[in-house]
Design a protein around this ligand. Structure first.
Ligand SMILES: NC(=O)c1ccc[n+]([C@@H]2O[C@H](COP(=O)([O-])OP(=O)(O)OC[C@H]3O[C@@H](n4cnc5c(N)ncnc54)[C@H](O)[C@@H]3O)[C@@H](O)[C@H]2O)c1
Length: 443
């Protein structure tokens, strides 16, 4: 190890570094806060001026972060945020945490990574380490980020260091947080890996070093596609169980008693969020470049994306059994966030269910979700309830539970709804089940 590298490593270990975080969303802000909490001067950068204004006033906008901590680190000037990237030059390590969505035709859109890298390259200096954390296809760090950063006339792995380290944050998870969730790090060369690992070690206990950025990029896709494939499997089994009249939830619970070789996954109205839905398409796109078709992975994505259509048909069937005409029916959607107890609406399957139902000219489709105050479909605001009670619930022909928030009172919902389509087994503890139609129960 060269002298300058030893110095940087010592600086990191003694927590005397300055850190930069580019992109202050669900991933970037918690990470920036973790560093700032350690007393490390942390610069946060975001192109969203609303976010910068809020943070500058000490206002938090991420559900899992304590409001007081944001106020404190901003007041103490441990977290300094801006849309001006010039302070990048001050930072010893810079984390890139920008979005990686797909295009309307479901190809990867890495323009945010490209733009962030362009900004960083303007202020890049010797002996800095840049760590990409956005989930992306293998090759992004070496084939896209590296050449952009090298426009600075500095050489990656020599003048500055470069690594990929995927993010594992699970919003809403009360057990696994930044500090106790192991992190994988793969650098361009061994010194890049070592420095990136040391940087993470300030805020994370366990680091797994891998030999290349591509391994780290690919392992993140494996993690998320593993979930997508297993959820698809159980979603397909749920549809079969509906035909066979077998309760899939009891089947999964029974299978879960096997202490090895089985891990429970549960059916639902589809998958959402910024990761599991998108990531299979990132890999499928990269695979096509190598004349490889990821049949199995794509089939899983198809099955999962078909689930909102399946739920729509369940709801329509329940209306058909009643005297009300479809056009006069009243439907209440319970839960709009993409998963339990979070305020994230991105790619929510509940939103898709609402959109599909709207196309049936149904007279009234309302929703209730304490985490999601408003939604728009085709430019129109969807009516949202601010509370649910027995009187309100009785007005609807079908209530469909799309997100099983803990805040919902399932006793009140079950006792006062005409018919419930339960896509999450949220009413599992309800004894009187005549009005409950459970996905994958075959009732
Ligand atoms: N949300 C999760 O649970 C999660 C978990 C693991 C991995 N990831 C991955 O992490 C990445 C970030 O996801 P997220 O959920 O934090 O997204 P997000 O949309 O919540 O936050 C991204 C932030 O980056 C900002 N941004 C966009 N372009 C920028 C630029 N050029 N410079 C500076 N800021 C810019 C946006 O304004 C936004 O505030 C994605 O690749 C995602 O797949 C997310």
């Amino acid at each position: 190890m060269e002298e300058k590298q030893k110095e940087l490593l010592e600086l990191i270990k003694s927590k005397k570094v300055k850190v930069g975080v580019v992109g202050l969303g669900y991933v970037g802000l918690p990470l920036a806060i973790e560093f700032a909490k350690q007393g490390i001067l942390t610069y946060g950068f975001d192109v969203d001026t609303n976010k910068i204004e809020k943070l500058s006033s000490g206002i938090n906008y991420i559900q899992d972060i304590d409001d007081d901590i944001v106020e404190q680190v901003v007041a103490e000037e441990k977290l300094i945020v801006s849309s001006d990237f010039s302070n990048i030059a001050e930072c010893d390590g810079v984390f890139i945490c920008v979005p990686t969505p797909f295009t309307p035709s479901k190809d990867p859109d890495i323009s945010y990574i490209v733009n962030a890298s362009e900004e960083i390259s303007k202020f890049l200096r010797k002996n800095q380490i840049i760590i990409l954390k956005s989930t992306t296809f293998p090759g992004t760090t070496e084939e896209y980020v590296k050449p952009i950063l090298e426009k600075s006339n500095l050489a990656a792995g020599i003048d500055f260091y470069l690594a990929f380290s995927p993010e594992r944050i699970d919003p809403g998870n009360k057990t696994w947080k930044t500090d106790n969730t192991p992190v994988v790090v793969g650098g361009l060369n061994s010194i890049s890996t070592e420095l990136a690992a040391a940087f993470h070690n300030i805020v994370v206990k366990h680091i797994k070093q891998v030999s290349t950025p591509k391994i780290a990029e690919m392992e993140k896709l494996l993690e998320n596609i593993f979930r997508s494939v297993n959820i698809a499997l159980v979603n397909e089994m749920a549809q079969l169980c509906d035909r066979l009249g077998i309760n899939i939830w009891e089947v999964v619970d029974a299978a879960s008693t096997k202490p090895f070789g089985f891990m429970p996954f549960y059916p639902g109205p589809g998958i959402g969020g910024h990761c599991i839905l998108i990531d299979p398409y990132y890999l499928a796109w990269k695979a096509r470049e190598f004349d490889f078709v990821t049949n199995f992975i794509q089939l899983s994505a198809e099955i999962n994306e078909d689930m909102p259509f399946y739920v729509e048909s369940m709801v329509i069937k329940e209306i058909a059994k009643q005297e009300v005409a479809l056009k006069n029916a009243k439907i209440l959607i319970l839960g709009m966030a993409f998963k339990k107890d979070v305020d994230d609406l991105r790619h929510s399957p509940a939103l898709k269910v609402a959109e599909l139902l709207t196309k049936n000219n149904i007279s009234q489709i309302d929703y209730y979700d304490p985490y999601i105050p408003s939604i728009f479909l085709n430019g129109q605001k969807v009516h949202s309830l601010t509370e649910i009670n027995s009187k309100l619930l009785k007005q609807y022909d079908v209530c469909v539970i799309t997100t099983d928030h803990s805040a919902f009172d399932y006793e009140v919902i079950a006792n006062n709804s005409k018919v419930i389509v339960d896509t999450r087994n949220a009413c599992k503890n309800i004894k009187q089940r005549d009005n409950i139609v459970l996905l994958g129960e075959g009732k």
